[in-house]
Ligand binder design. Structure first.
Ligand code: ATP
Ligand code: MG
Length: 256
């Protein structure tokens, strides 16, 4: 299994920005997983999955429920799902591959496919040296448990008491549902003041630094341009590089 990196945090803290720009440093053709139903990761990557005729995993599960895949009727369900996900849900490019989970599903709905899915994602991730997961805001997504062993969890914080409390809740819920993180890293988003940063440093988990603000990043997102084209001297891009350096991912990242 390659290294599994995940990003979490409250709504709008900058998770998708972090995942997109971090993936530019991962030189080894990472697998990117968009676990957010609003699919902003593909937007920031500049990929139109619909235009590319790539399905989300939810689409495939719906197709199976509606028996749209009659040719595969003789396959046992796990093989059927794995086959369909591999053949219909992986967007491939020179720099990365991308899988989108699609609309919300939680423990309980489509339970058979759901439990199988827990094996499918790790099984696909096994053939990549790096997998990076972008999560929706909040913590409900943890219940989907698309991967239960994560090497590096980056928690992107905004400067609020709720955000800081969120760190302990992530750990508590993960523990309850059996998700294991080898490393948990705290990252401040662009709204942090030096004063608020001092506070994070007093918390138990390692603080890796602040993601700097970049006005041009907002313009890129607004106009739908790929963040892969954001200039290397962008303060946001450079600060994410420093964060990855501190996380020990530098051996695998570009030296720019
Ligand atoms: N470093 C930054 N500099 C300037 N603007 C930023 C920066 N990071 C995030 N933003 C702004 O905040 C918005 C939200 O960022 P992003 O989509 O990455 O957050 P998110 O945590 O993934 O949100 P969600 O919880 O909705 O998935 C962006 O559209 C952008 O306008
Ligand atoms: Mg997001």
């Amino acid at each position: 299994m390659g290294r599994i990196i995940a990003c979490t945090g409250r709504g709008g803290t900058g998770k998708t920005t972090f995942v997109t720009l971090a993936s530019r440093f991962i030189d080894l053709h990472p697998l990117l997983i968009d676990a957010d139903s609003d699919q902003s990761l593909s937007d920031m990557l500049g990929v139109d999955l619909q235009e590319e005729n790539i399905k989300t995993i939810s689409d495939v599960l719906f197709d199976i429920q509606k028996h749209k895949d009659k040719d595969l009727d003789s396959f046992p369900l796990p093989e059927k799902i794995e086959y369909l996900v591999n053949s219909e849900c992986v967007y491939e490019s020179d720099r990365f591959d991308l899988i989108s989970i699609g609309v919300k599903w939680t423990e309980g709905c489509y339970c058979a496919p759901n439990s199988i899915l827990k094996n499918v994602i790790p099984s696909i991730a096994r053939s990549y040296e790096f997998t990076i997961i972008d999560s929706p805001g909040g913590l409900e997504h943890l219940n989907r448990r698309i991967i239960s062993e994560v090497d590096d969890l980056f928690i992107i914080l905004d400067p609020s008491k709720k955000s800081l409390k969120n760190v302990e809740r992530v750990k508590k819920i993960s523990n309850e549902i059996g998700i294991v993180f080898k490393n948990i890293y705290l990252v401040a988003n662009h709204r942090f003041t030096p004063e608020a940063e001092k506070y994070i440093k007093t918390l138990n988990d390692p603080y890796l630094g602040k993601i700097e603000y970049d006005k041009s990043l907002e313009e890129f997102i607004w106009s739908g341009k790929s963040l892969f084209d954001l200039p290397d001297d962008s303060p946001t891009y450079q600060s994410i590089r420093n964060i990855l350096l501190k996380a020990g991912l530098i051996a695998k990242v570009h030296n720019i």
